[in-house]
Design a protein around this ligand. Sequence first.
Ligand code: COA
Length: 651
Amino acid sequence: MEFGDIERVAVLGAGSMGHGIAEVTAVAGYSVVLRDVEQELVDSGYEDIEWSLEKLAEKDRIDESPGDVLARIETAVDLDEAVAEADLVIEAAPERMELKKELYAELDELAPPEAILASNTSSLSITEIASATGREEQVVGTHFFNPPVKMDLVEVIYGAETTDETAEAAYEFVESIGKTPIYVRKDVNGFVVNSVLGPFGDEAAWMVSGGEATIRQADAAMVHGRGYPMGPFELSDMTGIDIGYHVRKEAGREVPPIVKEKVEADELGRKTGKGYYDYEDGDGPDYEPGDGEGFDALRVEARMVNEAAKLVGDDVATPEAIDTGMRLGAGFPKGPCRRADEEGLDRVLEKLRELHEATSEDRYEPAAHLVELVEAGKTGEDAGAGFFDYGGGGGERDYTTIEHELGDDGLLEIVLDRPERLNALNQDLMEEVVHLLEHTPVEDVRCVTFEGSGDRAFSAGADITGFSGIDPHEVDVTPVFTTVDEYPRPTLAKIDGYCLGGGHELALACDMRVATESSEFGFPEISLGLLPGGGGTQRTIRMLGEPRAKELVLRGNRISAARAEEWGLINRAVPEEEFEDVIEEFVADLVDGPPIAMKLAKQVMNDGADDDLDAGLRMESQAFGMLLTTDDMMEGAAAFMEDREPEFEGN
Ligand code: COA
């Protein structure tokens, strides 16, 4: 079965995962059968979908009415009826191997012979599940995250016999429903995300058990110092302390005493009202930002990096896949491989060795791949290469927060690629944009466009999660805005969705802005006790005049694309369906235009705007004189006489 042949999808299990998977699949346009073992369960899953679709419609997150989506979802109790015509079966049944094997044996009989069978298991072996069928090469893991409607990540897992064709079809299917797949090329316990996440809670628990840290200290340090969305203990209270306990038991790993104590006392976290924090008599996690002082965060992170290195070394996943997985699946502010490259892999290795020597515990034993990288001098960003290449190894630099493509026509398209944070700008992203613009030969570029990934935002501003723990001396926000502003080729911001704060400033640093009508513009900085720090106060007052600029900056409210157009903040506000066409028209003019003339025109306009009229006119006249000697000018004039389109070469 190839991806292109998938039309009908059966989802087995109508619980929290199953109904969510059915919903996102139907939203993407597939016809879906939702099946569970009792009518009551199916009905309840169906109602959950109805409720969720209403929410999505309220927030304008679906293009159709909930009714139109529901019309594509059938329900069933009978397995045969559910899967008889399915091209893809996604199983989200309870996590018990025996039950799954029975189900797959039946599925093998009932589903069309070419159908792909995909399991949403988060903890069981795909290989073993597949062994219950006579089509092991057509069984694959598709591990969604909870809740599927919100979470963008799906791990696509190979069982021992899974063919590339099957895995690729699953991968493309995941993309087609608007989710981000990562390949997990071997069927390892915990796959990628849970493998790397394991030490986050585990190491913190060992440290607390050993009296080397307190619960509040660990949580405060990881959240406020290192930017994780939740502390390890807070997270464990949320998922259930017993879950981590059983995972360790099953994997034959030792359980930290503090975890054992909690499980024995039946204090399992939120669900029992008490865990590491008190949710009945207290307010749950009650750590303060300052509590994290003195916590050895590197110890926790080194173990996660070690886990990542094992996965890379064993060819289970690439550093890109791991980092994407941790950002999207666990809400990490940055992938562990990228972070380790920043920290220095030699420091990470040293930390592990130190702990290994002191305790002889297996969990600190450095992964062979980590040792190899360090021994090869690939110790991270400063060395020019680590998990990723930073251009030091002679190769092209890997970017982790942007995507880019340079077309033969000279169009350089840059995508801000942090959809899980609405493309918020962090230091990496800003540096990567600068690096890309500085290292792409300018003679190959005729025009640059910027856009946001995902369908919600151009960019929601500077990354707020990175604010705490920042040293004011390290803050240098201007380079990216200056680089874009002064770039010697025309630049265009393609805005679809939120365009706020630093993202708004990036758009303003571009020469032109085209936006969909549903886009929104604003400077929310003031509500954070800040002011726009990337040119937002200065560019707006020059562009819009005082009343409008001050309204934007001082009130901090968002304005619609229509108002932004009326104010002259953007060039066009266009209906969604015309967006790409309008962009194409802009781009066509810009890539075909005369590069030198555009460069000088841009330069004298930028510089002249900050100068008095006489000075501006002098600059203009000089530039005009210079252009009279260019080949492009000859070509322009000749083409006019010959009544044809000019072909500018930039000479
Ligand atoms: N920095 C870091 N993360 C951000 C972010 C930012 N500037 N803006 C949004 N995000 C994250 C959210 O934390 C959320 O992550 P989560 O799913 O892990 O919780 C995700 O992006 C989606 O945003 P969410 O707030 O759930 O979407 P929404 O539709 O409810 O609201 C906004 C959208 C843009 C109105 C809201 O996110 C917002 O106000 N963001 C901050 C904007 C800002 O102040 N920017 C200026 C910074 S100087």
